[in-house]
Design a protein around this ligand. Structure first.
Ligand SMILES: [Fe+2]
Ligand SMILES: [Fe+2]
Length: 729
């Protein structure tokens, strides 16, 4: 409040005097005072009970009490007045007979300011009354100043509280867009202004619009901080100046501004009909740091009158503090984002590397997350039904799911390529059918040699040739049989296995040492084998002890991992009869385990990672996609209650991608209808979640994924109604 306003407020109060005396004395006193020339509003009371209510009801500047009045207990009345008003706030004078000094003294002791001896002398009365009034005026002017200061402290404390609260909120905010909005709205609140705009400094050294309090669209154009031709600093605009010099710019009236170009603001006014007056531009920079943006506010209003005023300097400091804190919060958020992006990129690269490790896994590690997100989004959108309660409430929860999905098969990095790619039964790192074929070649030549020898020894040529042709035909048929067993396309029945074993017992003669040229490990595995003199007859197909690779103790999962899988005794068995006898597909029991072991490796890798709280569920999301609702999945045989919705989503995404994948040479890709039929069967057997499977169909997620990633010939018409509904049907 200005000093003029203060004086006016004070003068507006007229000096009032309350006289408490018996009527006749009171009138006499009143006349005396009027005669003294004092300009007073005088009220006369003749009963002491009326005094306090009158004083409380309206402001009075002085009380004069006649101590000689019989109806008034002067001392008591003074005490009563002092209980409400101090001697400086409301002075009290006592009039008294010169002989009644005891009454005067008692009144003075009770808090009266002074005494007037009767008969009252006009000049003395005027002097003492003026002194008392001066005292009162001093009190009241101080009181007004004190009230104003208190009000200002209250307002500033409230603004400080607002600033502290705002800074706390900013430090906790994790969404960049919410943070930007928050900074601007809080600045607007602190400044009590119409609105504001935030610009951020770009890598190209421009200011770009980042946020504004108005609802209209943000302009796309950017403001260059330096002249592109000369490289000179662009100090033309308040915004660029504030950003370049890390200085606050206050403009009291944009229409009278001469230092900076305000044409943009004026153009906006002309288009919108708004009238901008005051403008404040504050740089956003952490203390001592680089400017990362600016805040610009317009038209602050007086809280008292609502009129547009200049931005008050004391609040500008607070907005400066807000801007500095905003810069720190934005900087931190950006660092967190960079960290997240880096993490996600490393994980993505790893998934892509896994996919490229084997052409047989195609794009599995990259596509499963895509499908999982689609289904998770569909589940989050459900507002009724069994999935209504499911939601990823924050970007952090989505990120956690994304990371889990990207890592879902990371353990495959330990799976040998030959196992992942095993296209024939005799594959190790090459197809060993050629070794067997070569033995057949030997047998054929042995037959030819035997035939020629027989003829040399005089046997009939015709008979010898006929026997040779028969043997050739036999060998060709036997090899064709073994070669077809090797492909693993047909199921091997008992007859096939019996034939294989019979064929295996044929012999061929080996003349060379089969230990020459072996690796140290191969030799170690054969160290207990007895030496046999050459030449030696070998069986056509081998199942030798050295072809078995035993499982070492450290290759078994520890008990703490909670793995409930049947672990084969040996790590591998490369025996030829053993491999060719595999009844379905190409993988032996040991190799099937080796494939499934990828999930144990995933568990081992992820459960020892020190994930932050926001990523704590990554191991769960990544390692449960082979578990089934019936509790017979692997590797932990988890029951349905232990499988969360995201875990169930991962299972469906993993199976559907594998079924529809078109880049696995050992199988033809299933059509959409065939894949959904298989998934439906799995739903009926309680392998996958029925509600999520239904949602997969009804939300159209299966088709969306198919259109993005499947070959056109795979996408056939599907009547999804046949697959929907209760799993018990
Ligand atoms: Fe897996
Ligand atoms: Fe997978």
């Amino acid at each position: 409040m200005s000093s003029d306003a203060l004086t006016n407020q004070f003068i507006a109060k007229q000096n009032t005097l309350l006289i408490c005396a018996e009527a006749s004395n009171g009138l006499l006193m009143q006349q005396t005072l009027v005669a003294s020339g004092l300009h007073l509003n005088i009220a006369l009371l003749d009963e002491s009970d009326q005094v306090i209510p009158a004083l409380l009801q309206a402001r009075h500047d002085l009380v004069l009490i006649d101590a000689d009045s019989k109806a008034i207990d002067c001392e008591r009345l003074v005490r009563a007045i002092r209980a409400h008003f101090s001697a400086i706030e409301l002075p009290v004078l006592i009039s008294h007979d010169p002989s009644a000094l005891d009454k005067r003294n008692a009144a003075l002791a009770a808090g009266a300011n002074d005494g007037l001896s009767k008969p009252i002398d006009r000049d003395e009365a005027a002097l003492k009354i003026n002194q008392c009034l001066t005292l009162g005026r001093f009190y009241h002017s101080n009181k007004v100043i004190q009230d104003i200061l208190e009000e200002e402290i209250k307002t500033r404390t409230a603004k400080l509280d607002m600033l502290i609260e705002s800074c706390l909120m900013m430090s906790m905010e994790k969404s960049r867009s919410k943070l930007l909005k928050h900074i601007l709205v809080e600045g607007q609140r602190l400044l009590n202004c119409d609105g504001g705009t935030m610009y951020l400094v770009t890598e190209q050294n421009t200011l770009s619009f980042a946020e504004r309090t108005r609802d209209d669209h943000l302009p796309f154009e950017e403001i260059a901080l330096y002249d592109p031709a000369t490289g000179q600093a662009n100090d033309v605009y308040a915004s660029t100046y504030a950003a370049l010099h890390n200085e606050t710019v206050i403009i009291d009236d944009v229409y009278r501004e001469t230092r900076f170009d305000c044409s943009g603001t004026r153009d906006f006014d002309a288009r919108s009909g708004y009238h901008t007056v005051s403008l404040l531009t504050v740089p956003m920079a952490p203390r001592g740091g680089k400017v990362i943006g600016i805040l610009q506010f317009f038209n602050t209003q007086s809280p008292a009158t609502g009129k547009i005023i200049s931005f008050p300097p004391d609040i500008i400091d607070l907005v400066g503090a807000l801007a500095a804190q905003a810069a720190v919060a934005l900087d931190n958020l950006q660092l967190v984002q960079i960290q997240k992006d880096t993490t996600e990129n490393i994980i993505r690269i790893m998934a892509e590397a896994l996919d490229s490790k084997s052409p047989h896994t195609g794009h599995h590690c990259v596509r499963v997350p895509e499908l999982a997100f689609m289904l998770a989004e569909a589940a989050c959108n459900e507002s009724s039904g069994p999935l209504a309660a499911f939601n990823f409430a924050s970007e952090d929860e989505w990120f956690e799911f994304r990371v889990g999905a990207w890592l879902h098969d990371c353990g495959k990095v330990t799976t040998p390529e030959y196992v992942i790619e095993k296209a024939t039964k005799l594959d190790t790192i090459y197809n060993r059918i050629h070794e067997i074929r070569m033995r057949f070649e030997v047998l054929l030549r042995d037959a030819e040699i035997a035939s020629l020898r027989a003829r040399l020894q005089g046997e009939d040529e015709k008979a010898a040739s006929a026997r040779l042709e028969q043997r050739k035909a036999e060998l060709a048929d036997d090899f064709a049989f073994i070669a077809s067993c090797n492909l693993g396309k047909e199921t091997m029945d008992v007859t096939d296995i019996a034939r294989l074993q019979t064929l295996a017992r044929q012999t061929w003669r080996r003349h060379f040492d089969d230990r020459l040229g072996l690796s140290r490990d191969d030799l170690l595995r054969r160290q207990d084998e007895a030496e046999t003199p050459l030449p030696v007859d070998e069986f056509l197909l081998r199942d030798k002890p050295y072809q078995i690779i035993p499982r070492k103790k450290q290759q078994k999962p520890t008990a703490e991992l909670g793995i409930k899988m049947d672990i084969p005794e040996n790590q591998y068995n490369f025996g030829e009869i053993y491999n060719l006898s595999v009844q379905r597909g190409t993988l032996t029991h040991e190799e099937r385990y080796k494939i499934n072991e990828h999930i144990i490796e995933t568990i081992k890798m992820l459960e020892q990672m020190p994930f932050p709280d926001s990523l704590k569920r990554v191991p769960e999301y990544a390692t449960t996609h082979h578990e089934t609702l019936d509790g017979k999945g692997y590797p932990r045989k988890l029951c349905a209650s232990a499988l969360s919705v995201p875990a169930r989503i991962m299972a469906i995404a993993d199976i559907f991608e594998a079924l529809t994948s078109s880049d696995r040479p050992y199988k033809r890709p299933y059509k959409l209808s065939e894949s959904l039929k298989i998934l439906h069967d799995m739903k009926l057997r309680r392998h996958i979640d029925p509600d999520l499977f239904d949602l997969f169909l009804t939300s159209g997620t299966y088709r969306k994924f198919a259109e993005l990633f499947l070959e056109p010939e795979q996408i056939d018409d599907v009547d999804i109604r046949q697959f929907l509904g209760s799993a018990s049907h």
